[in-house]
Design a binder for this molecule. Sequence first.
Ligand code: UDP
Length: 234
Amino acid sequence: MQKLKQIYEGKAKKLYETDDQDLLIQEFKDDATAFDATKRGTIVNKGVINNKLSETIFGLLEKKGIPTHFVKRLNDRDMLVKRVEIVPLEVTMRNIVAGGMAKLLGLEEGIILKRPVLEWHYKEDKLHDPLINDDHALALGIATEKELEAIRKYSVKINEVLTKFFDSKGLTLVDFKLEFGRYKGKIILADEISPDTCRLWDKTTKEKLDKDRFRRDLGNVEEAYQEVLRRVMA
Ligand code: UDP
């Protein structure tokens, strides 16, 4: 499968058309950004690692009955995916308080939530992806009731599957972000699942093994991504 016209370049990925109008090539870059791209850098080999991790995780989710845009990994940095229309919602699932939730509600990081929290963020960089509720999404026509229902159902299931999976690898899944798309009238999971989009802590030491190492200048960023890959593949 050949890369034809580039149709999109985001912070961490590029998208190319292919000779099949239903399929795109998603290329994973090493570029890292944080805080609305005010902090920029490179994490060596991040693209290669996130491509492999996303392949493994999408494969696992498909086996558990979650439809995804994943078709196959083509090489180190490229993944063949179904062409979707992205629903402009970033879905955050949280098991433990961290990041934005700690800040919003003035909470200590690390509090274990009594039940998972699902948040909708309207995907609009210039507004800093504001937190919205179901009513906002419906009233503004961001998604239909049926779509929100499907997205919620899949997100809850993904959290169950991934919490168990990462736990078996000695990692605690603190929180993560998902994006969904419309494909042939159905909702499917899109984007990526990687240490860029998940908070993963070592189960025993609680060491952060995700993008917070970059956001917070904790050092050993590449090593943390490599460690997640090593454990996931083991
Ligand atoms: N996240 C993401 N992209 C974003 C914002 C958040 O992948 O644009 C992920 C982030 O890595 C974390 C989860 O979503 O695993 C929750 O992030 P949060 O809302 O706490 O925001 P942050 O602390 O990253 O500002």
